[in-house]
Write a protein that binds this ligand. Sequence first.
Ligand code: ATP
Length: 601
Amino acid sequence: MIPPPANVDETRREAGLQSNQPARERWAHAWRTSTRYFVSDDWKWAWFLVACYCAIEVGTTYAFLLANQWQRNFFDAIEQRQGGLFLSLVFAFSMIILLQIGTSFAHNIVGWTLSIRWRKWMTEWYLGRWFARDRFYEIERLRMIDNPDQRIAEDVKEFTSMGTVYGTSPLSILIALIFSVIRAVAFGAILLETSSPISIPLFGYRIPLPGGDLIWFAIIYVLVGTTVITWIGRPFVRRRMREQHYDADFRSDLIHVRRNSEQIAFSGAQGTEQGGLRVAFENIRRNWYRLMLANAGLQVGQGFYQQVMGIIPLFLTVPKYFAGAISFGQVQAARDAFSQFSGTLSYIVTAYPSIARQIANFNRLKALDDAIDQERPRGIGFTPGGTPDGVAISATGLVLRRPNGEPLMEVSDWTIRDGERWVIEGPSGTGKTTLLRAIAGLWPDGAGQVAMTKRGSAMLVPQRLYLPLGTLKNAICFPDRAEDHDDATIAALLERVRLDAHADAMHELRMWQDELSPGEQQRVALARILLQRPSLLIVDEATSALDADNAAHFYQAVIAAMPDATIVSVVHNEKLAAYHTHRLRLHHGHATISMIAEDAA
Ligand SMILES: Nc1ncnc2c1ncn2[C@@H]1O[C@H](COP(=O)(O)OP(=O)(O)OP(=O)(O)O)[C@@H](O)[C@H]1O
């Protein structure tokens, strides 16, 4: 079966060239992503911390109510010139302040503890799935999404952040929303004290409404405000999403330049590279101006909304004060309660930037989840450990294709028996590396079946070796841990591969990938092979950076140490072909097989 072409639609979607995924699917994903941690193995901590968080919110609401009550008493005391009450009011005020500081402190401690536990769990969850079934490799191979690293690091961080005032996490938004409603009820009760009854005229009758004028004005005000501001804020959400996208691109371009600094410096290509970075930054700049505009619109809307909210209750209560129906303290308390009431009801307006960021995060995390989960069916079947006795690799009906479905080559049936040493040859771009990937189970595009001895006893050595961060000993022992091998063995290996000059620095933490020359890195690969002694060795131009003598030494050392090992290597040097027993030559999309001895004859 030919796998469907790879999904690379996300960038188009983020650039607005393709419509978004269905809302239902996105809501379902948002729900699953937000609730997963709370049914995980850390659920006891999760719920305990959420309970504490909510309890602190109750304390915060109580402190708000006390402050409102205090205002009323304070202004009444001033109006009635009750100097004797002043000291006790100051004392009450300090207690309220202490309570407010205490709840805010506790809010931070609990919020941050929950953030880090949630983030740790979610990071582990994403890393586990990203590494599983080689998905991280497949996502890169097909370039399915941009910057998965940023999504796992940054987006997860924002997603789990239970920040101070309005956290960015959807949970903190939800809790704040619930408490907004609770506070709205509490402050609504205060408003009722100073509200006048209200009724609406209908067909000549006056229908009385429950509550009072202040409450109805606040509700209408919030409804109109929220609708207008949500509408004004739509471009802001879009711009925020693009901002994250462009920032990540710029950063990865910078990393790319850093990694290739030597070639760029040597070729004097700084100008060209800077030009490229300027183009990447230009996207950020252009988007920034649009974001600024969108933000300005949002801020004007929010500012207008906040300011008018402070004035409306005065218009409604001051006439009652002049009429002697309420006290001056009640005017102040009503003003405070009105802004708290409508402020809490209009949570969506105030928290719109956080909600916008969260929508962008959900979209980015959904794309990552889709890329991890939407596994294309394998075209080339792969069975590790599925070869009969005496056979290291067997391929039947093997056809390789590019990810977009274009045919690359046909190998048909190919059997590599234990102890055979195969060289793969062919012009550049014919698919030699792809063939090695296919027999190692890393290339699923095409058709046919590949069986290989157990993966654990095989080793793949690419042209550019991966050296993990850490010591030189770490690099040689990879994928084992450095502690698994003693220093004397590693020192002897370094001598064997002609790297004894570095033996003393075996335990030094350095950027070995940058420090060692390509040829030295290929000798580290040889040391790794001699340490692991795999029964099947797949080598992709692993001697390309070595001089003729060292390249020959590479094969001589391997064959001397592991005379029975099966070797499949891609080499361009005919002299190195002599260390092999069989040849597979790729030409015009087809493979021909021969014995080396036959060729020589
Ligand atoms: N991840 C990929 N996505 C799309 N095309 C790919 C990918 N990897 C390889 N190809 C394409 O497959 C073809 C074969 O590439 P491959 O690296 O196997 O050639 P090669 O024979 O090893 O070349 P060389 O001798 O230059 O190393 C090339 O046209 C390459 O562009």
